[in-house]
Design a protein around this ligand. Structure first.
Ligand SMILES: *Cc1c(COP(=O)(O)O)cnc(C)c1O
Length: 219
């Protein structure tokens, strides 16, 4: 077994079965992805559209590809035919574009709403008001499956800060679920947790962790 495969196995052994591991392979070569694939990992995430498309075209077709990075509306068309989950919907305008491409491709595209939980200006995401505004209109997006929320915590060593941000995301999730998605079992995911904090994120209710460097090494 390779180092990469050992890393992967170690992480998998710490993740409960109901939590999905998304292996974040951005900047890593297809050979690394194949090593993880051969060890059983079938879900990979990328943060750039062009790289995602290239890897999709090269690699086995039973891989499920997630987009975790900021998405521009004019690039939705490149991933709409095949993407399994877009984690990073951060505007109504983007949701409209996904709806349009879903209709064009005659497939329902699954997405998460990215919520702004960090204390860093550089991070993307919806604030409370924007989140509720989008959720209130959910029913008109008939080519989109809204499956939950995603958040990125502040990049800090302060565990209390990160834990609190995870708690806030869980609260946001429960709130919009009860108000707007009470009849929608598909609204079920909280995507939170990366290499440095995925264990804490699971403790705080994450259903989907996005782990990159702990599997593939530093970028
Ligand atoms: C890069 C990235 C990750 C993974 O980060 P690691 O620290 O390498 O685990 C998770 N989520 C998003 C949105 C990313 O861009």
């Amino acid at each position: 077994m390779s180092t990469l495969q050992k890393n992967l196995q170690k992480i998998q052994s710490t993740i409960p079965p109901q939590v999905t591991l998304v292996a974040i392979s951005k900047t890593k070569p297809v050979q690394d992805i194949m090593e993880a694939y051969q060890a059983g990992q079938k879900i990979f995430g990328e943060n750039k559209v062009q790289e995602l498309v290239q890897k999709y075209e090269t690699l086995p077709k039973d891989i499920q590809w997630h987009l975790v990075g900021h998405l521009q509306t004019n690039k939705v068309k490149y991933i709409a035919p095949f993407v399994t989950l877009i984690h990073s919907v951060d505007s109504l305008k983007l949701l409209e574009a996904i709806q349009q491409q879903g209709a064009k491709n005659q497939r329902k595209i699954s997405i998460l709403l990215q919520v702004y939980i960090a204390k860093e200006e550089t991070k993307f995401g919806l604030d409370q008001t924007e989140l509720e505004e989008i959720c209130g209109q959910a029913s008109r997006f008939n080519y989109v499956n809204i499956e939950g929320v995603m958040g990125m915590a502040t990049n800090t060593d302060n565990e209390a800060v990160v834990r609190n941000e995870f708690k806030n995301l869980k609260k946001n999730f429960l709130n919009v679920k009860s108000v707007y998605f009470a009849q929608s079992p598909a609204f079920r995911h909280i995507s939170m947790g990366m290499s440095s904090d995925y264990i804490m994120a699971i403790e705080e209710g994450s259903t989907m962790v996005r782990v990159g460097s702990l599997i593939f090494g530093d970028r």
